[in-house]
Design a binder for this molecule. Structure first.
Ligand code: PEP
Ligand code: MN
Length: 353
């Protein structure tokens, strides 16, 4: 596993604990940007985020207002005194954002995953060591890719670099839009104890109701702060509508957050429990996939007038799984119990057709 080799990494120059960055997923109009920023500023938020170049997974989504948004962000800075953060993905974005005096640039998950893009970004940042860079985790759960992206920025001479945990893409239906896999940011913290690591509960949860519990969980786990999406009219937001909350709701989230001091950042028990949670999460996803295949088999058997239970097949499966379990040092009695339960449910699912 890689680690950041530079000794120069600095905690972010932001005296807040926890650091709170809030603002809309996207700046959509000058009015929406200003209205949101002013409401956030009035409740004490000092760092404003808004995307103006939006990487959308599918073409046809709202791709941001582009360079004109820089003027709106400058206006926010002038009129509220907030620090301004926006996402950059190309050399053109960086040059435009730096020329506009944007304080904090963040690298989005899709960009962090691409070392060519990261190197271009790092090259464009050479000589701009006053800017703060936040590197979101890559879309895929690969700690080395995340560390590699951070290292490229540090190699360019930028020392104010932080990380943002926003979860990892996963196929299928899940509670979270982006699977948190907390052990990955934990490992980053273990390796880079001085780095500022924030959590983005909006993109992890993907739903308004999940913002508060995820934010509290992140603080309890020792994250240094939060990046939360807030929009003055979330229902009509042009991107990430389901996860954005009004400034008023954000205030209620922040007011409810309990800041516990002295929670050990590397709490071994929390780390182990999180691994158990992650394993269970995977187990359930695999079980759901297996039952869906079972239903397809059930349909096939029905169409071809075959019996649902074919004892030879079950005996073969059991023998094979017991042998495999033994190779993995699992107790045979336990494997048998689990396989029987799975088989029973599988038959029930097949009969359902
Ligand atoms: C965002 O912050 O709006 C965004 C696009 O984030 P991510 O790169 O985490 O998807
Ligand atoms: Mn977003």
């Amino acid at each position: 596993m890689g680690t950041v080799t530079t000794q120069d990494i600095q905690p972010l120059d932001i005296a807040e604990n926890p650091i709170i960055i809030a603002g809309p997923c996207s700046a959509e109009t000058e009015q929406q940007t200003l209205e949101t920023a002013k409401a956030l500023s009035a409740m004490g938020v000092t760092i404003f985020r808004a995307g103006i170049w939006k990487p959308r997974t599918m073409p046809g989504g709202f791709e941001g207002v582009g360079d004109i948004g820089l003027e709106w962000l400058q206006r926010v800075k002038r009129e509220t005194g907030m620090l301004i953060a926006t996402e950059v993905a190309t050399v053109e974005h960086i040059n435009a954002a730096l020329a506009a005096g944007i304080d904090i640039l963040w690298i989005g998950a899709r960009t962090t995953a691409n070392p060519f893009a990261m190197q271009d970004i790092a090259d464009a940042l050479h000589g701009h060591d006053a800017v703060t860079i936040l590197v979101k985790n890559p879309v895929n759960p690969d700690l080395d890719l995340w560390i590699g992206a951070i290292q490229r920025i540090l190699n360019a001479g930028v020392s104010r670099v932080g990380a943002v945990h926003r979860g990892f893409s996963a196929a299928g239906e899940h509670l979270y839009r982006n699977d948190p896999q907390w052990h990955i940011p934990f490992d980053l913290r273990r390796l880079e104890s001085h780095m500022t690591i924030l959590c983005d509960p909006s993109h992890i949860g993907g739903k308004r109701d999940l913002v508060y519990p995820l934010a509290q969980q992140a603080l309890d786990m020792g994250f240094d702060g939060l990046m939360i999406e807030s929009h003055c009219d979330p229902d009509h937001a042009l991107s990430d509508s389901a996860q954005q909350i009004t400034p008023e709701d954000l205030k209620s989230v922040l007011d409810r957050l309990i800041i516990r001091s002295g929670v050990p950042v590397e709490d071994e028990l929390a780390l182990l429990r999180q691994q158990i949670d992650d394993c269970d999460h995977e187990l359930l996803a695999v079980l759901a996939r297996r039952m869906s295949v079972s239903r397809e088999i059930g349909q096939y058997k029905k169409t071809h007038n075959l019996r649902v239970v074919q004892p030879h097949r079950y005996q073969d499966v059991l023998k094979n799984r017991l042998a495999e379990g033994e190779r993995l040092s699992l107790d045979p009695a336990f494997v048998k119990l689990v396989m029987q339960a799975i088989h029973e449910e599988s038959v029930r699912q097949q009969i359902g057709f």
